[in-house]
Design a protein around this ligand. Structure first.
Ligand SMILES: [Zn+2]
Length: 331
């Protein structure tokens, strides 16, 4: 568990990290840059786990020693995480000062302390400046890893003090393997992988930019419309597909719901983005086979593409709904 060898699709980054361990030239500050879902956090944790491991095997963590087990269970006293506090936009200067305090203490079990800051671009100018000195001379050889989707937003003075590693989009095969690891069958994973667009987060979570009320309404309408009354499909299409831009946005919502349905139906995992309506989602998911849900998701993605490519929104919406209710069991 949690070894560098388990990271999928980031061979270049993993090689660099392993070589630095082998040459005993681990930097004290890193920037891991890449989109959400590329594996930056998992890699950062596996890297720290390897550095802390008591039985390192070929420049990788053993996965079973006491230190490894503590990291995997999220209980290692020398690994710290720093993110904006709940409901706060920025990582505050107070948080950075507190971190500096923690890093200046003697490590409890490992040889050094480590901290993962995420997302690093949420440090404001004050907190970033406060961090600078620590990056230059980390107390007790602490190691700091900044995770970001946009390294160019970080202060150049921060960037120049860190080793910068870029994560690439995941290839389909890596996504497939990760999905299988999460409990999907080979066949399900094979069909779902191309929809990931290089990021596990694209499969697991969609953006949370749309409000909960709209998500609930949409699911309620989807689950109430009856395939037996074709007119109700047309009514729903009429109500949904008001204009092109709104319909395209609506399909973000539809695919987000469908991805959740697929996840519930295939792996039963709780890793869904619309958690607040889990009960309704579970009920809806029960009306499909996993394979049919993946097909519904495929239709939704195709339909959204068609609308972006100038298809008539209302007709395209009808096409999607007809497909959806063809696959859905029951009334
Ligand atoms: Zn170990």
């Amino acid at each position: 568990m949690g070894r560098l060898a388990d990271i999928k699709g980031q061979n270049r980054v993993i090689d660099t990290l392993k070589r630095s361990i082998k040459a005993n030239r681990v930097a004290h500050a890193y920037i891991f840059e890449g989109q959400n879902g590329y594996g930056r956090r998992t890699t950062a944790i596996a890297f720290i786990q390897t550095l802390f491991c008591m039985e390192q095997l070929r420049y990788d963590a053993c996965g079973i020693c006491k230190s490894c087990r503590k990291i995997v269970s999220g209980n290692h006293p020398d690994l710290h995480f720093l993110s904006p506090l709940q409901d706060k936009r920025d990582i505050s200067i107070d948080q950075i000062r507190e971190l500096q305090q923690i890093l200046s203490l003697r490590p409890f079990e490992a040889e050094r302390k480590a901290c993962i800051i995420e997302p690093a671009e949420r440090m404001n100018e004050k907190s970033a400046n406060a961090l600078l000195k620590t990056l230059e001379e980390p107390p007790g050889h602490a190691i700091i890893i900044l995770l970001t989707s946009h390294a160019d937003i970080l202060l150049s003075t921060i960037r120049s003090r860190c080793q910068h590693l870029r994560f690439s989009p995941l290839d389909k095969n890596s996504v497939k393997e990760l999905l299988i690891k999460q409990g999907m069958t080979d066949e399900e994973a094979l069909r779902l992988a191309p929809l990931a667009e290089g990021s596990m987060e694209q499969v697991i979570k969609q953006d949370a930019g749309l409000d909960d009320k709209k998500r609930l309404e949409l699911l309620a309408i989807l689950s109430k419309t009856s395939s037996k009354r074709i007119s109700s499909i047309f009514d729903t299409a009429e109500a949904f597909a008001v204009n092109r831009d709104d319909t395209i946005r609506l399909f973000d919502l539809i695919t987000s719901i469908l991805r959740d349905l697929v996840i519930i139906s295939t792996s039963g995992q709780a890793e869904i983005s619309n958690r607040f309506m889990l009960d309704m989602l579970s009920e809806e998911a029960a009306r499909f086979t996993p394979s049919d849900l993946i097909e519904a998701l495929e239709i939704a993605i195709e339909t959204q593409k068609a609308i972006k490519g100038n298809a008539n929104p209302k007709l395209a919406m009808e096409h999607f709904l007809i497909g959806y209710y063809r696959l859905r069991k029951g009334v």
